[in-house]
Design a protein around this ligand. Structure first.
Ligand code: TXE
Length: 495
């Protein structure tokens, strides 16, 4: 029997287990075996974590720290993450099955968010209002919100956490993180670096456990001022409703059904690679997955054949191996969901051009794999084209011209991302203007940066992460009025 790695929460600077002493096992999706355990917390643990964050917000060194000093802490944290990049990457691969090849790049890139937002920490400026009333001096300040609850999913735990942590801390908030119950380990491993960087105790805290138990308790907690959530649209709607009852700030990032559009004038070989990276990277478990491949009818057969050929060559295997191109699905429920959608697509008449099953290779038998799957001649009204599958399942949809491409692209409840493949700059810009989504990539796909605002239109969410917009999501404006005149004018009328 393999000894499980133990990860504990960090609350008020201390490593803690859960109030009940119970644990949740974290299962490696490549082996199907538990490899670690994390505390199974309940509402008592949530109270303790929120209290620690609240205390750190209202008193102690964080509350009075100069923004420049805050920025330096974020820089130091970035350096420590760079130092620990390989270790953090390996933990996340074990926990969620993402390729080491991708994770190694991600953990080396994550420090950039802390450097960028560390740099912004002392550039949060208010203004003096040239007020229209005599004898008043009026200025604004931008202040942090308080305790931020960061609720993260299982598909990219560290990166999606970073998108919340870096701006929230730069703005001066304190944090309680609730990672996904399936993939908490990399988040808990990250916590030790905060102390080493010199963050005061209680500024960043964690609680681990199930969404319906502690996620909901965290959202409802009266001392939580803001919820920053990434997850599914159904859970996001519940979080939004609950936050509304308590008048909390929210940002929500809720996934999508992104169109990746190939025009006949595109470099088709590049476009095919873009289609593959849009849906089979990370086994399709990305919010930005280009799960609807829209292909102009004149090149439909050629593009479909090339996409199938390239996807067929994908090497499935151990995510730790540098040769693997497609890893397992992160959770068993998610694999069931993906397989269910494949059945739904077949029953609705979509033509399966590739995959559609659990792979038969014996070396993959223990892991939660699904073959890269492609459906051709999909109609945009089919469920496979309307609902987020979050797996390696591509729907290819033909279109005639630009008008029809836009109509199909925008005929979705979501609006997170999109791709356009064309050699015409005019067409590229016109499409970018008309697509209703927070991100449009032209002749590329799946690029993100700490500098570039990211977020959804429509049901894909509210608010922006990364870029200068993001820090505003963690601030509120105060307006200060100072009377420069002697005495108080008529108290019975508004001044
Ligand atoms: O996500 P949940 P699930 C989509 C994807 C996937 C589907 C379901 O389509 O198949 O969502 O995945 C916490 N109050 N995305 O069920 O439930 C939960 O513990 C507060 C898209 O795993 O949204 C976890 O920490 N929190 C997505 C986080 O919410 C609650 C990424 C996300 O879990 C809660 C992941 C509650 N009532 C899935 N219930 C993206 N946008 O990238 C659960 N949670």
């Amino acid at each position: 029997m393999v000894e499980l790695a133990h990860f504990r929460n960090t609350v008020g600077g201390e490593h803690v287990e859960s109030a009940t002493g119970n644990w949740i096992e974290s299962v490696n999706p490549y082996t199907g075996e538990p490899w670690a355990k994390v505390p199974h917390c309940n509402a008592t643990d949530v109270d303790a974590a929120v209290d620690a964050a609240h205390n750190a917000f209202v008193k102690g060194p964080w509350a009075t720290m100069a923004p420049t000093a805050r920025g330096k802490l974020l820089h130091r944290l970035g350096d420590l993450i760079a130092r620990e990049a390989s270790k953090l990457a390996e933990i996340e691969v074990r926990d969620n099955g993402k390729l080491l090849a991708e994770m190694a790049g991600q953990t080396r890139y994550i420090p950039e968010w802390f450097y960028y937002f560390g740099g912004l920490a002392d550039k949060i400026e208010g203004g003096v209002i040239p007020i229209d009333k005599p004898d008043l001096f009026t200025y604004t300040k931008r202040e942090p919100l308080g305790v931020v609850a960061a609720i993260t999913p299982w598909n990219s735990p560290l990166l999606l956490l970073t998108w919340k942590l870096a701006p929230a801390l730069a703005a001066g908030n304190t944090i309680v993180i609730k990672p996904s119950e399936f993939t908490s380990c990399s988040t808990l491993a990250l916590m030790d670096l905060f102390r080493e960087a010199g963050f005061p105790d209680g500024v960043v805290n964690t609680v681990t456990g199930y969404g319906h138990e502690i996620g909901a308790a965290l959202v409802e907690h009266p001392k939580v001022a803001k919820v920053a959530f990434t997850g599914g649209d159904a859970t996001g709607a519940r979080v939004y409703a609950s936050a509304a009852r308590h008048i909390k700030h929210v940002t929500l990032e809720l996934g999508g059904k992104s169109p990746n559009i190939i025009f006949e004038d595109a470099n088709l070989d590049d476009a095919v690679k873009g289609a593959i990276s849009g849906i089979f990277a990370a086994s399709g478990q990305t919010c930005i997955a280009g799960s609807r491949l829209l292909v102009q009818r004149s090149v439909y057969d050629e593009v479909s054949a090339k996409v199938v050929e390239l996807a067929r060559s994908a090497r499935l295997g151990d995510p730790m191996s540098p040769h693997t191109q497609v890893g397992p699905i992160t959770t068993l429920p998610q694999r069931h969901k993906v397989l269910d959608y494949i059945n739904v697509a077949e029953s609705e008449g979509a033509k399966c051009l590739l995959g559609g099953k659990i792979p038969e290779a014996p070396e993959l038998a223990r892991g939660w794999f699904v073959e890269p799957t492609i459906f051709g001649n999909v109609s945009n009204s089919m469920r496979i084209a309307r609902e987020e599958v979050f797996g390696p399942v591509l729907s290819i949809i033909p279109f005639e011209d630009d008008e029809e491409a836009i109509e199909i692209a925008n005929d979705t409840i979501f609006g997170l991302a999109s791709g356009v493949w064309t050699s015409s700059i005019r067409r590229a810009i016109r499409m970018a203007d008309r697509i209703r989504a927070g991100t449009v990539w032209v002749n590329t796909y799946r690029a993100v940066s700490f500098m570039a605002p990211f977020g959804g239109y429509k049901l894909s969410g509210i608010g922006r992460e990364s870029g200068q917009d993001a820090i505003g999501e963690y601030l509120q404006t105060k307006c200060v009025w100072i009377n420069l005149a002697e005495g108080v004018p008529n108290p019975f009328v508004m001044r």
